[in-house]
Design a protein. Structure first.
Length: 480
């Protein structure tokens, strides 16, 4: 199951033909784009006199290779440890073609499902406020969910039986509510999702023209329509990727008494100085917006060009599961806040115990999460995994890799974000192409990062001078 396919692979070729635009080079023009946009000083410094290229040479070489080999126009990472300055390795440009802006810490990228942890932590703020309970029934906030039905064979039929268990807030956060997703339901149920407009996503302007005709125009209407659809499983019995975090946007509105997007802006984005996070990219910021691509075979074709991007339009409603465009710098600030247990730059937005709860395994008793098998940061099966507030959680240390408690998620267009609360290490990778698992970024980037760390730590141990902040801290596990 390739969950990064927001659209079927069979439909990519059709979409690609609608996405061509004048002046944009294809694969044949990428070599020139690399010569124009690549540079050795695109990263901000981690310490005085040290760039990301000096501190993370293997990561930088990996990024340069991706661009040189035509796998992507550009890529940006954000890697930090504790409260030390974040390193932003980068290579290439935000689009194919000559003279395109370089990819850097403030470029804008579609993060799609990396919106989910943000919505999940927003819900945890309301748990902290006492306005929301993890085991509250969803119908307390959205009455339309009081009486639900379960499809007896969701892949082939709309035949149903009554649900016997109420959906809870915990289930929404952990994809165990039994809700579906247009990216993974099939047959007649998929047709119902499409007919009812339960399609909380944006792909490109051409698709939006069609989807907006059937999609609800408010979170309230969206949630109420979602409640009319059969569930794919009895609530609380199995993990199934879903629209749960989109429905959570409506719960947040009801529980907080303010629009979902205003709650995010007031309680999270403004206090954390996340100034490059948008549901709708302002026209004046379009030069920072990357183009999103689709691979059809080995050919990379513009799917959502920046100049005409669907993200320059107001969405039908704010999509809490896949709606945000962000910079690497902003997503790093979100992860940094989580690592610092709710406080950043002296501003507290959550209590430490609230962050810890949101990053813990919140799955209902007896439910397991085995990964979804993609390479874009959404975790592969094999590790002991749980699920927290909108993101996966490691339940055991990975030898040579992430610590127990590492939390994060990936996006449909290839983005990755995670935070390791034991080593106090966090990472973000920004790219934009469908399918997001086209290249195994998570495995390759994490391997390069830990290799750089190991070399740096060994050099620090053997040197008389001060240790590298990144290397020594990650080697030993930073003490806060």
């Amino acid at each position: 199951m390739k969950l990064s396919h927001w659209i079927p692979a069979s439909g990519l070729a059709v979409l690609a033909t609608t996405a061509l635009y004048a002046g944009q080079a294809r694969m044949a023009g990428q070599t020139q784009a690399v010569r124009t946009a690549s540079r050795s000083d695109v990263a901000v410094t981690g310490r005085a006199g040290e760039s990301a290229r000096a501190v993370l040479p293997r990561v930088e070489r990996l990024f340069d290779g991706y661009v040189r080999d035509g796998k992507m126009p550009g890529i940006v990472g954000a890697f930090g440890i504790g409260d030390r300055p974040t390193l932003f390795p980068a290579s290439g440009a935000i689009a194919d073609g000559t003279g395109q802006p370089v990819a850097d810490a403030d470029s804008l990228w579609r993060v799609y499902s990396m919106t989910k942890p943000i919505t999940g932590m927003a819900a945890m703020m309301l748990v902290e406020d006492g306005k929301l309970g993890l085991d509250d029934p969803l119908s307390k906030y959205i009455p339309a969910f009081k009486t639900m039905t379960v499809a007896t064979n969701p892949d082939t039929s709309l035949a149903t039986r009554p649900a016997t268990t109420p959906i809870t807030i915990r289930m929404l956060l952990t994809h165990t509510a039994g809700l579906g997703y247009s990216i993974n339901v099939k047959g007649p149920l998929l047709k119902e999702y499409e007919r009812r407009g339960v399609l909380p996503m944006s792909v490109n302007a051409a698709m939006e023209t069609q989807m907006a005709q059937v999609r609800p125009t408010s979170l309230e209407e969206f949630a109420n329509r979602a409640a009319t659809l059969p569930l794919v499983a009895e609530p609380g019995t199995r993990w199934s990727y879903s629209i749960g975090l989109d429905v959570m946007g409506r719960v947040i509105e009801v529980a907080s008494g303010m629009p979902f997007e205003r709650f995010l802006q007031t309680r999270m984005f403004t206090p954390l100085k996340m100034t490059s996070t948008f549901f709708r990219v302002p026209q004046g910021q379009v030069k920072r917006l990357a183009t999103n691509y689709a691979f059809v075979g080995d050919t990379r074709t513009p799917l959502d060009p920046a100049a005409t991007s669907v993200f320059l339009q107001a969405p039908s409603f704010p999509y809490g599961g896949a709606g945000l465009v962000m910079s690497a710098r902003d997503y790093d600030r979100f992860l940094h806040m989580l690592d610092a247990r709710g406080t950043l730059d002296g501003v507290r937005v959550m209590k430490p115990e609230t962050v810890a709860l949101g990053m813990s395994n919140l799955l209902p008793k007896g439910v397991r999460f085995g990964g979804i098998g993609t390479g874009n940061g959404a975790t592969a099966a094999g590790n002991a995994m749980g699920f927290g507030a909108g993101g996966s959680v490691y339940l055991a240390d990975v030898p040579g890799g992430a610590s127990k408690g590492t939390y994060g998620w990936g996006g449909a267009a290839g983005t990755i974000g995670w935070v390791d609360p034991v080593r106090h290490v966090r990472g973000t990778v920004m790219v934009n192409y469908f399918p997001g698992e086209r290249w195994p970024l998570r495995n390759e980037v994490v391997a390069a990062l830990f290799s750089d760390v190991a070399v740096r730590a060994a050099a620090a141990d053997g040197a008389a001078g001060p240790r590298s902040a990144m290397g020594a801290g990650m080697r030993a596990g930073t003490q806060r």
